[in-house]
Design a protein around this ligand. Sequence first.
Ligand code: SF4
Ligand code: SF4
Length: 371
Amino acid sequence: MITFDDKIKKNFGFGCMRLPTCDGEIDYTKFSQMIDTFMEAGFNYFDTAHGYHGGKSEIALRECLTKRYDREEYVLVNKLSNFCFESEADIRPFFENQLKWCGVDYFDIYLMHAQDKNNFKKYKECRAYETAFNLKKEGKVKHVGLSFHDTADVLDEILTTYPEIEIVQLQFNYIDYDDASVQGKLNYEVCVKHNKPVIVMEPVRGGSLVNIPPAAQMIFDGLKGGSNASYAIRYAAGFPNIVMTLSGMGNIDMLLDNVGYMKNFKPLNEAEQEAVKEVCKIIKAQNLISCTDCKYCVGGCPQNIPIPTFFACLNSQKSYGGWGSKMYYEIHASGGVKASDCIGCGVCEKICPQHLEIRDLLKEVAAEFEK
Ligand code: SF4
Ligand code: SF4
């Protein structure tokens, strides 16, 4: 495992997007208790963004963390989100407000938030990366990075365009590792190629890897060890280029479970790795489209429809419900090509080795995500 910044005490961080609430407001008493427990256990990394809790996550961090601890004791990460600026001139005033909302005079890491091909175009045009690099020169940001949701070729383009980027935050978990839409493995490999350490977001896939099918549960129960979340988080944290794994913790029980096994982190052993593989197979067996992502169909499509990627989104939707799949569909369709653009020529079906009825399946995709 590599080290990114000596100030980061451990490889597990507090994602502040699902904080404890009471009557719709963040519960400062509970949040403060969680922070104290987290810090006492030797952890010190906190991740936020302006959109979390509609801007209230930043304020809660000021009230519960930054007013109560010395600046050197914690690592605070914030992000520049797409909806927070329309031009280069908007970025600095917004950033200064973020410092005020959080009650600090610098961020340890500042991420260009949720980069994909379209967002990257806007960030480039508005010189967002250049602005962040200048903030670093001024000491208002210690490190500049990005968080990412798109295909590996787009990540490669961003890291090639801006080699000054120091760190990348990826959606990475045992289900998305070889998912054609999320591309966890491929994106991780791009980071390795560019020598960028990785922060993991959604290691438990928005909580969906906690509630797994009964047959999968029996496999984890057979290990007589940790919680379902523990296997998901330790799986992600065990990759050598991963310096930080985040969990969006909403209550003290979740936090106690997480700090219990991450305090003295051990990667999954061989038996646990095997169990995760089996669980993964069971979860994936719920998928209804047996597309193998061979991509044979893609090149010949006159409409340039990313067929396997759209199928991965529908499979994800069927397996896990609403979480994330629609967002990924919209990202992949945002280049202007939707499932409903299929003209029914049938070229793809002639080449598909799985003999899938691609035209009908694309209608299902469109019905699910374009309604
Ligand atoms: S049937 Fe639709 S998806 Fe298949 S090649 Fe033709 S346009 Fe593309
Ligand atoms: S050819 Fe068939 S199996 Fe291969 S990616 Fe296309 S739909 Fe999937």
